[in-house]
Design a protein. Structure first.
Length: 140
């Protein structure tokens, strides 16, 4: 497995202490964090870190395709280090975002490739209640 340092280099990103920490957080926390989440989590270990640095670093990651920005939540942009094609589900109660498998062999995808299209990015979002929140609403 590549180190975070090597991962950043493989995407043409010059590693720095802040960039390594931010990418490491994204890779270890599959919670689809927003800028504030990352800033709050890393500020204690890197006191000189600013929200602007976090924002600019995430923007750099997205520009270099080392991470993706999710706009499933209208209030916040969230970020994901998982680059394999997949869909997302957001619970309307707790707000958590979950990764979902994406059927790359569906009729829709096969139709696109048959017609000569090359798909390298998919944004498929679902919203509803996660199983945990459904259980809570049944108990009330």
């Amino acid at each position: 497995m590549k180190t975070v340092y090597d991962y950043l280099l493989s995407y043409g990103i010059k590693p720095s202490v802040q960039r390594i920490a931010i990418m490491d957080y994204l890779m270890k926390h599959k919670t689809h964090p927003c800028v504030d989440d990352i800033y709050i989590a890393l500020n204690k270990q890197i006191p000189t870190l600013s929200k602007t640095t976090v924002y600019n670093t995430l923007k750099l990651f997205v520009e270099h395709k080392a991470a993706v920005m999710l706009t499933i939540d209208e209030r916040n942009a969230c970020f994901d280090a998982e680059l394999d094609l997949h869909a997302h589900f957001q619970c309307k109660h707790c707000g958590k975002i979950f990764d979902l498998p994406l059927d790359l062999h569906s009729a829709e995808m096969e139709g696109l490739t048959k017609d000569g299209f090359v798909v390298n990015e998919v944004h498929r979002y679902y919203k509803g209640l996660c199983p945990k929140c459904q259980d809570k609403s049944r108990l009330n």
